[in-house]
Write a protein of this length. Sequence first.
Lengths: 104, 104
Amino acid sequence: MSKFSTVNIKRFSTMFKALSNPTRLRIFLRLTSCCEPGTKCTADNDLTSCIGELGKNLGVTASTVSHHIKELHHAGLIELQRKGQKVECWIEPETLHLLADFFS
Amino acid sequence: MSKFSTVNIKRFSTMFKALSNPTRLRIFLRLTSCCEPGTKCTADNDLTSCIGELGKNLGVTASTVSHHIKELHHAGLIELQRKGQKVECWIEPETLHLLADFFS
DNA sequence: TTTATATTTCGATATATGTCGAAGTTTAGC
DNA sequence: GCTAAACTTCGACATATATCGAAATATAAA
């Protein structure tokens, strides 16, 4: 674990902060199950297009979901792309690897 | 990643929150380098006994370090044990595994 | 028993965060 | 152009967090 001496503290604490809110963590987990990392969630596949759907049944408003999605994006955990009225989102796979390495 | 549907949201968000503060993350990282996970940092080994030392050169007071250590312990990330005047602390290895699994 | 060292607890305070609802923006379709 | 759907931005507010310094506690040592 000598690699830890060179860890980018700011980068990692930002990522952990993004995952520290239960609602945000739930959204993140929904993304990991609705699409494989590196794959966009489109309206084309059987699973629903992500953004609005991601917020369903979480007990928060759309504006709150939007805010959380922005935080996850800012932390580099997810990618976003508008497609028509909707906004697709998907897990950033490199960041996931970074985090996996961190703990192993 | 289907395991994510059964993730204990509260448990994980608490762990991520503990690591989301830069000072706390630094303390955690110092622990991972000063002792192997599952091994106590004692005054016996060459490396200094952990608790007070952990807070050095972080730019915060002792009371702040104490508070952060308590948070890390509450999140299940570290273990504590008083030994004389000092308090030893070490990484909780099971939690580390839990987190490693989470991201891989 | 007095003193020193290590750590914790307390109260205060400034700042950050999560959430809402209302209003704004973007795109699609009539 | 008008309306609806999906999403974002804004301002407000309540709550949580990080930090400090002072006082308290625990242990060791003189």
